[in-house]
Design a protein around this ligand. Structure first.
Ligand code: MG
Length: 165
């Protein structure tokens, strides 16, 4: 059985916060505002994986109302969610992501972000890809006020090996 999952996240960018993407800290004047560390890419990936397995979403698993997740490491949240998904027998075929922001340029950091996400998921970096886009000066992303991340994943489960009919 294969299942596809989609995740999307958007965070406001403000001065005095680190800019994290997929667990990697990038040099930037602004960073993501959020209850956790605000890593929009990690959040989108988490929702894609949870959605593919129909196991809820990041807001249900790690509610902002719970002080445990204040300033939480989003790569740790991703690892926890992925542990639930793997526990149901799912393996990652591939993960493809788009990050939309004006600054900084993502291309020089792409492979490091891929390695960071792949490491959190326990897979090879060839299964993870990340593309950067700008907002062409339009909307909150284009004005540099926000970062948006999209993630699409494909999961596979060998049900025959699990003894399913
Ligand atoms: Mg978020």
């Amino acid at each position: 059985m294969i299942r596809v999952g989609l995740g999307r996240d958007l965070h406001r960018l403000v001065e005095g916060r680190p800019f994290l993407l997929g667990g990697l800290r990038l040099e930037s004047e602004r960073g993501e505002l959020g209850h956790s560390d605000g890593d929009a890419l990690a959040h989108a990936v988490t929702d894609a994986l949870l959605g593919a397995a129909a196991l809820g979403d990041i807001g249900a698993l790690f509610p902002p109302s719970d002080p445990r997740w204040k300033d939480a490491d989003s790569l740790d949240l991703l690892g926890r969610a992925w542990g639930l998904v793997r526990g149901e027998g799912w393996e990652l075929v591939n993960l493809d992501c788009v990050v939309c922001c004006e600054q900084p340029r993502l291309l020089p950091h792409r492979d490091a972000i891929r390695r960071s996400l792949a490491g959190a998921l326990g897979v090879g970096p060839e299964r993870v890809f990340v593309k950067g886009k700008t907002g062409e000066g339009l909307g909150p992303v284009g004005e540099g006020l926000a970062v948006e991340a999209l993630a699409l994943c494909l999961l596979e489960r060998k049900d025959a090996e699990r003894g399913a009919p």
